[in-house]
Design a protein around this ligand. Sequence first.
Ligand code: ADP
Length: 161
Amino acid sequence: MDRLAICPGSFDPVTFGHLDIIQRAAKVFDHIIVAVFNNQSKSPLFTVEERMELLKEATCSIPNVSVDSHSGLLMDYAREKEAQAIVRGLRAVSDFEYELQITSMNRKLNENVETFFIMTNNQYSFLSSSMVKEVAKYKANVSDLVPKVVEDALKEKFKSM
Ligand code: ADP
């Protein structure tokens, strides 16, 4: 049986930290669906469609990765896709409390889907989409933090702001 895992997140926008997690997960599972969830409380910069497009371009060289979006509960989506696992990245202790709460709730909702955590690559431990947006807004160089397509998309977004 093929092992399918979902990498859920806001990906607003995708960074090298996300890509590192996706690439490593893709070596362990047969197929990965990177699923964009719209977390309105985070006031996104990019639309869901834009985020999906950037993810598709950034992951096009990984054959067993596809990109999708969902607006409901992650566990309903996992059931619909018949996924066995959720993969999340962990950066620092500060991520732990939040992830523990979500994972406990998700297990209550669907105990057949296991959540796996991949530790961040040290070089990306302080990298987040929000930090990238913050510095890109002030025209700082983000080429070592995000793929070229994202760098260009950020320039375009902030051009008119
Ligand atoms: P969410 O809003 O669900 O936290 P994010 O887009 O911020 O979505 O993150 C998606 C996933 O990628 C999360 O599991 C997050 O911990 C992980 N992640 C984000 N940045 C990094 C990074 N630099 N290193 C490792 N994992 C990361």
